[in-house]
Design a protein around this ligand. Structure first.
Ligand code: KIV
Length: 264
């Protein structure tokens, strides 16, 4: 059980698939770490998935730090990445350095993730130059929801060249890894072959160097909501609903608690 680090992740390219999952709390992070996941992402998906926000836009730096501290406390082996929320790095390079530095210092995460390709080249380079490891995120970037007008597959038609330029730019800037979200399978494969850094796919097909899923999607915790790229390994919405119904009915009938759950 050796600790996963930036050099370990880079060395896995072409050797072994990298696993990444999102987590937002201590018990989930501990279960994932014990189960052998390589990388835990405290995504700004915490907003819509856990905090009930309509999308990732309202998430704050303080909220990211709060959740990431809990995740780090539950993690021994996995590499923990903290997402930089909307407008915590877009304003200026100084702002990006200040927030990324604070997020690493106060949360205990080992790298930041931020969205954007060519436009973020100088920002990524500035963070890398002060030893803040950066995982880039290109393709569908949920913080651009209002520009994109919805969550849509990227890198089709004229967008192919733009996405390739984004991939080259984040690698040239010094990102150690890049998430490709909702990119056609063939293009994700080309980008993966083109880059020396690992690619992590979500809705980008099987040829990336690794995969990431939102844990609530994998566990079926978001009701009937299931994007095409998700494989739902369990249906916990149903399981939890049934467990709560049983509890409600047993309390009502007096079946719970019984003598074995009572003190004498
Ligand atoms: O915020 C998040 O969970 C993410 C993943 C979907 C990659 O950015």
């Amino acid at each position: 059980m050796s600790k996963v680090t930036v050099p370990v992740l880079k060395g896995m390219k072409g050797e072994k698939k990298i696993t990444m999952l999102t987590a937002y709390d201590h018990p989930t992070a501990k279960i994932m770490d014990d189960a052998g996941v390589d990388t835990i992402l405290v995504g700004d998906s915490v907003g819509p998935v856990v905090l009930g926000y309509p999308n990732t836009i309202p998430v704050t730096v303080d909220e990211m730090i709060h959740h990431t501290r809990a995740v780090v406390r539950g993690t021994k082996r996995a590499f923990v990445i903290i997402d930089m929320p909307f407008m915590s790095y877009q304003e200026s390079i100084e702002q990006a350095k200040r927030n990324a530095g604070r997020m690493l210092k106060e949360s205990g995460a080992e790298a930041v993730k931020l969205e954007g390709g060519v436009a973020m080249h100088d920002t990524i380079k500035a963070l890398v130059d002060v030893d803040i490891p950066v995982c880039a995120h290109i393709g569908l970037t949920p913080q651009s929801i209002h520009r994109m007008g919805g969550y849509k597959v990227q890198g089709k038609g004229k967008d192919v060249e733009r996405l390739i330029a984004d991939a080259r730019a984040v690698e040239a800037a010094g990102a150690f890894m890049v998430v490709l979200e909702c990119v056609p399978r063939q293009l994700a494969r080309e980008i993966t072959e083109m880059l020396a850094i690992p690619t992590i796919g979500i809705g980008a097909g099987p040829d990336c160097d690794g995969q990431v899923l939102v844990i609530h999607d994998l566990l079926g915790l978001l009701g009937n909501f299931r994007p095409k790229f998700v494989k739902q390994y369990r249906n916990l919405t149903q399981d939890i609903g049934n467990a709560v119904k049983e509890y409600v009915s047993e309390v009502a009938s007096g079946e719970f608690p019984d003598d074995s759950q009572s003190f004498h």
